[in-house]
Design a protein around this ligand. Structure first.
Ligand SMILES: [Zn+2]
Ligand SMILES: [Zn+2]
Length: 217
């Protein structure tokens, strides 16, 4: 899918069906992977087929489903890993999280860069604004490509639903504030690529999502 000069390819990976995204600048061929959840070979093939070079690995948060393919992906690309500091603990305890779900998860490589609220990350000539959106986890972030009109919402906002708030670091109050922030920040036509399930738009969610229409909070 192309949004202006931003190319977005999606692959659903792993036992929790997480959406892994390959995001590239069509002018420079520079690219990032958001939430590498597995099937690294397929992702690398996709990058190759689209003539995209993966130079960054961006995480929306530290849960195992979103990082299960990280080790392989970093080995293949040597790209730095970006994570919000407040998810460091859940990130480094991923093998324990895995055991809880009966999954074997290897220790993730050390995160290289700490992303912060308001930071801008360049992917070629495309720019992702980091929006700190706690609620699902303390260090959850969204990556907002303002000029392309595209938001990667992680496990904050789904089509017709939101991320759970009952896991460690989760907070209903923070979730509510983060949702409001995103809806205020992103115009109606913004395309939302969430961490699970299909893509949507801010306008569709504003009208139909029970967590945004005010009937829930
Ligand atoms: Zn999660
Ligand atoms: Zn998830």
């Amino acid at each position: 899918m192309k949004h202006g000069t931003l190319q977005v390819e999606m692959l659903t990976t792993g036992p929790f069906a997480v959406n892994t995204y390959l995001v590239g600048c069509t002018r420079t061929r520079d690219a990032a992977v958001i939430d590498p959840g597995g099937q690294s070979d397929t992702l690398l093939d996709m990058a190759h087929a689209n003539d995209l070079k993966i130079t960054k690995l961006l995480l929306t948060h530290g849960h195992i489903d979103h990082i299960a393919g990280l080790k392989e992906m970093q080995k293949a690309t040597e790209a730095p890993i970006y994570l919000h500091e407040q998810d460091t603990t859940i990130y480094t305890t991923a093998p324990m999280q895995g055991l809880f779900f009966g999954l074997r998860v290897s220790q993730p490589p050390k995160a290289n860069r700490s992303v912060t609220e308001g930071e801008e990350i360049s992917i070629g000539e495309e720019v992702a604004l980091v929006v700190h959106t706690p609620g699902h986890s303390a260090g959850s972030v969204c990556y907002y490509f303002q000029s392309a009109g595209v938001l990667f919402s992680g496990d904050l906002l789904f089509e017709g639903a939101i991320g759970r708030t009952d896991l460690p670091g989760g907070s209903n109050r923070a979730m509510s504030a983060s949702l409001k922030r995103i809806v205020d920040l992103c115009p109606d036509e913004t395309v939302v690529y969430p961490g699970h399930m299909g893509s949507t738009t801010i306008s569709r969610e504003r009208r139909n999502n029970p967590y945004l229409t005010g009937s829930w909070w």
